[in-house]
Design a protein around this ligand. Structure first.
Ligand SMILES: *Cc1c(COP(=O)(O)O)cnc(C)c1O
Length: 385
């Protein structure tokens, strides 16, 4: 069996989540909008799930909108806010290391006459607060900065950004897809108006996301998808009840076990990094080591090509750049933004860890990677080793 170190791309489902979902395929299959008895039972379960998800992020149940994915929630946040405030201003601030779901949503708006400022990040991959302050204008309507980056795991100062925005009446969104389950995520602590999560990054099912919308904003928010009154009229379409129940279970597991899980994953990540850095040499850790979540290790292996390493070490599942951009040969926009030396850009690999990884797997993966790097360096004209 391959060793799966790609939890940032997606995660295996937790067996407890799978168990929780099962009844909703062949027993409790009714449409929650149906008014017959079975529909009402499913409706009740759906609303219980909404409460659990809300509880996990410190929100109220009526502030939780279920969407088709994290990507759909990001689109809804950016494009919905732009639609709502377009008469107030047309300036949006985001960062240069966002997920494509945010970048492309901003690109769509740019074509409609919105102006987008992409904040730079420092060498560690963190947005400097001075840059946010400088970027804010009279006509700024929205700031969207991710809580945790998916390629290097760095944590952004969202609370401080939200504080700056609040006095000026600017809406703040954060993509917390990679943060959930790896640190405390609480909408009141963060002070955000909008927040995105996705179940399949949390040992939950694929194809279900959440957009948290603060109740004050929700009143006048506009749907992107129309055609039904579901989700408070903000996201039409029959609710994916099995996925929603699965997401709620995934959130519940996290709420109960967060500290233990962080400890487990940190231990594995540190074991992995320390062994490779010490035993191989010429291995750089990309991104600020002290301001990142436990689950991601983005390593630059000098003198070799990441793709070649992935072929040599094929038993280890990992990513070059981000999984979503694996079809393009462009180097990662995130590593580029943090100023990784161009000769090192192509030797960078993201390893990401999670609930079901074991110490034995990590040691085996290190052995395989080490052996592959040594072979590749022996062939590299850049290396003298
Ligand atoms: C995975 C991911 C998304 C997209 O979520 P999907 O549910 O896969 O659409 C958005 N943002 C970040 C940071 C992600 O890691």
């Amino acid at each position: 069996m391959p060793i799966y170190l790609d939890y940032s791309a997606t995660t295996p489902m937790d067996p407890e989540v799978f168990e929780a979902m099962k009844p909703y395929f062949m027993e409790k299959y009714a449409n929650p909008s149906s008014i017959h008895s079975l529909g009402r039972i499913v409706r009740e379960d759906l609303e219980k799930a909404r409460e659990k998800v809300a509880g996990a992020i410190g929100a109220e149940a009526h502030e939780i909108i279920f969407t088709a994915s994290g990507t759909a929630a990001d689109n809804m946040a950016i494009r919905g806010t732009a639609e709502m405030f377009k008469n107030k201003g047309k300036h949006i601030i985001t960062s240069s290391i966002e997920h494509k779901a945010i970048i492309e949503s901003c690109n769509v708006l740019a074509k409609q006459g919105f102006e987008i400022t992409y904040l730079p990040v420092d060498k560690g991959g963190v947005v400097p607060l001075e840059e946010v302050k400088k970027a804010i204008r009279e006509d700024t309507i929205l700031i969207s900065v991710m809580l945790v980056n998916n390629e290097i795991g760095t944590i952004q100062p969202i609370r401080e950004i939200a504080e700056m925005a609040k006095d000026k009446g600017i809406i703040v969104h954060t993509d917390a897809v990679q943060a959930m389950g790896k640190m405390k995520v609480d909408v009141s602590d963060l002070g955000v108006d909008l927040l995105t999560i996705s179940a399949h990054k949390l040992c939950g099912p694929k194809g279900i996301g959440v957009l948290y919308i603060d109740e004050n904003l929700k009143q006048d928010f506009r749907p992107l998808v129309v055609g039904g009154a579901q989700e408070f009229g903000l996201r039409a379409g029959t609710e994916s009840v099995p996925n929603i129940v699965g997401l709620a279970k995934a959130c519940e597991i996290i709420s109960e076990n967060l500290q233990n899980e962080i400890k487990h994953i940190t231990h594995l990540r540190d074991l992995f990094e320390n062994r490779l850095v010490n035993e191989l040499g010429d291995v750089n850790i990309n991104g600020n080591k002290d301001k990142r979540v436990c689950s991601v290790s983005n390593l630059g292996f000098r003198y070799i090509e990441a793709e070649a390493l992935m072929i040599y070490a094929e038993e280890v599942c990992c990513s070059t750049g981000s999984a979503c951009s694996s079809e393009s040969i462009d180097a990662s926009h995130v590593l580029y933004a943090i100023g990784v030396d161009p000769i090192d850009l192509h030797g960078a690999i993201r390893f990401s860890f999670g609930r079901f990884n074991t110490e034995e797997e990590i040691n085996k993966a290190v052995d395989i990677i080490k052996e592959s790097v040594i072979k590749l360096r022996a062939m590299s004209p850049l290396s003298n080793k």
